[in-house]
Design a binder for this molecule. Structure first.
Ligand SMILES: NC(=O)c1ccc[n+]([C@@H]2O[C@H](COP(=O)([O-])OP(=O)(O)OC[C@H]3O[C@@H](n4cnc5c(N)ncnc54)[C@H](O)[C@@H]3O)[C@@H](O)[C@H]2O)c1
Length: 262
């Protein structure tokens, strides 16, 4: 009997990286899954089918674009219609762009604020009525060490992640009497496509080689000198869904190899 048996988890941005690890961890605990994110249709279908066969749960996929409020509402509606409830919501979808402020493309700023911050508001707004009706819910945000500290050249990302930390606290307070918790997890660097993709821009912005970016920018911040793994983040997310975590709400939990302790 898994701790999420009979429950449904919607994980935004779950076609790769941290989101996919969360979806698989929740499925392993018995939850039906609503997958979401970009990706080649064949690869996404493989991930969806392997969640069903590996864990004996049901999984559906929604291509909803997290920059579009109406598609976010449809994502939550798909979960409620298919499985009768959305009990766990992980606001995880995110993108990155690295550039000095004067050169930061305005459309990249708008996209990062929409996908990394506003999408969480829209998803919570859509999922909350059902959670309140059923008297149970877990809302988890993938924030970042950049919700606690800043780095140069990441203005939009740092602004969005600090926003997520603030939204987490507000949601926790508003839903505190409804047995719905809301917390954010703040990973340091996790080796996922998001990190890999930002390396060329960081090389250009800082005039560095690839190996220098990894050792002098990415792992420089983490005293353990190791990347966090997606599975470690997913294990923390799963713990937040447990009864033992019922009194953890409004928290911002770093999992960053000591980065924000320094
Ligand atoms: N990798 C890290 O080092 C790190 C550290 C801290 C926080 N994070 C956060 O973790 C979250 C997941 O990132 P990741 O590292 O797993 O990266 P990733 O690139 O592997 O995953 C991002 C996911 O978001 C999806 N996505 C992107 N744009 C979307 C859109 N418009 N609509 C729907 N889905 C969209 C992608 O398809 C993918 O499924 C992000 O919010 C990121 O900011 C990552």
């Amino acid at each position: 009997m898994g701790i999420l048996n009979g429950k449904t988890a919607v994980v935004t941005g779950s076609t790769s990286g941290i989101g996919l690890a969360c979806a698989r961890a929740f499925a392993g605990a018995g939850a039906n899954i609503v997958l979401n994110g970009m990706g080649a249709p064949g690869e996404v279908e493989n991930e969806r089918a392997s969640i069903e066969s590996d864990f004996g749960v049901k999984a559906v996929y929604s291509p909803a674009d997290m920059a579009k409020p109406n598609e976010i509402a449809e994502l939550i509606a798909l979960g409620e219609k298919t499985f009768s409830s959305v009990d766990v919501l992980v606001n995880n979808a995110g993108i990155q762009h690295v550039s000095p402020i004067e050169e930061f493309p305005v459309e990249k700023w708008d996209a990062i604020i929409a996908i990394n911050l506003s999408s969480a508001f829209h998803a919570i707004r859509a999922a909350a009525p059902g959670m309140k009706r059923r008297g149970w819910g877990r809302i988890i945000m993938t924030a970042s060490a950049h919700s606690l500290v800043a780095s140069p050249f990441k203005s939009a990302y740092v602004a969005a992640k600090h926003g997520i930390a603030g939204l987490t606290k507000t949601v926790a307070l508003e839903f505190a009497r409804s047995k719905i918790t809301c917390n954010c997890i703040s990973p340091g660097y996790v080796w996922t496509p998001l990190v890999e993709k930002q390396i060329p821009n960081t090389m250009a912005a800082r005039h560095m080689r690839r190996d220098q970016v990894i050792s002098e920018v990415l792992l420089a911040a983490q005293p353990t000198k190791e990347f966090v793994t997606s599975e470690q983040v997913a294990a923390l997310a799963l713990f937040l869904c447990s009864d033992d975590a019922a009194q953890i709400t409004g928290a911002n939990l770093p999992i960053d190899g000591g980065w924000t302790a320094a």
